[in-house]
Design a protein around this ligand. Structure first.
Ligand code: ATP
Length: 232
């Protein structure tokens, strides 16, 4: 499990409090108003932001003992972070070795990941010669080959149209179930949470609230969620 124990996360002058636990294998949407601290929560797990109080544990291990690159975390941002001058396969390979010194086994893993996300045979193409949905699939394949236990997704499909976005969310959920990954996914769209998330962390007023079961939460929203849904 991923446990935030009495955490205060510092982001410039902004502070976010988090005292909550995410069970292993859950898909958890992180929602709330703009500027509320959703990205801050993810960046603390990744190790990009310091804690001024408390600790984040993955299972029994305090994450602050582990430098960002060695944490059990794979991240995906809105733009997918693809390099236009590299092929799809090389972009995926970066998830295994940033210097792209890949063994034959590594290359087999890259091809398998491309096949899994529906890009069989498109490894030699550059991102510019692929559709937006196909580029999102490359980013997901790169997430897979990193072989990490926690996926941190920060509005990864915000640039896609609704149908394509729904398809990608479903693919994320499938990959997470297959690999047993625990997922924290920031989204502005309550519908994204309803579609794939087991639970929701609501981030408002400087606090990340403990995860609540998605269906129950939307059926009977607390005031803070009601306010956000009213604005959203
Ligand atoms: N480098 C920084 N220095 C000072 N304040 C910052 C810095 N980065 C972010 N903040 C502030 O921290 C707060 C939380 O930002 P964060 O990006 O976590 O919010 P968010 O909920 O992800 O917002 P959005 O939905 O708009 O992406 C914001 O009020 C923001 O202005």
């Amino acid at each position: 499990m991923l446990k935030f124990e009495t955490c205060t996360i510092d982001n410039g002058g902004f502070r976010l409090a988090a005292d909550l636990t995410v069970e292993t294998g859950k898909i958890v949407a992180v929602i709330g108003p703009s500027g509320g601290g959703k990205t801050t929560l993810l960046e603390a797990v990744a190790g990009f932001l310091p804690l001024s109080q408390g600790e984040i544990y993955w299972n029994a291990n305090p994450l602050s003992d582990t430098e960002p690159g060695k944490r059990p975390v794979a991240m995906l941002f809105q733009d997918g972070n693809l390099f236009p001058h590299l092929t799809a396969a090389q972009n995926v390979g970066l998830g295994i070795d940033p210097r792209l010194r890949l063994s034959n086994d590594d290359k087999i893993r890259v091809d398998a990941a491309l096949t899994r996300v529906g890009l069989d045979g498109l490894g030699p193409r550059k991102p510019g010669a692929l559709s937006g949905g196909q580029r999102a699939r490359i980013a997901l394949a790169r997430l897979m080959v990193q072989d990490r236990e926690i996926f941190l997704l920060d509005e990864p499909f915000a640039a896609l149209g609704p149908a394509l976005k729904a398809e990608m969310l479903d693919l994320v959920a499938e990959l997470a179930r297959e690999t047993g990954a625990t997922v924290l996914m920031v989204s502005h769209e309550p519908d994204d949470a309803r579609r794939v998330a087991d639970e929701v962390i609501l981030v408002t007023d400087g606090t990340a609230r403990p995860p609540a079961e998605t269906a129950k939460l939307f059926a009977d929203p607390p005031d803070a969620l009601r306010d956000y849904l009213g604005d959203a």
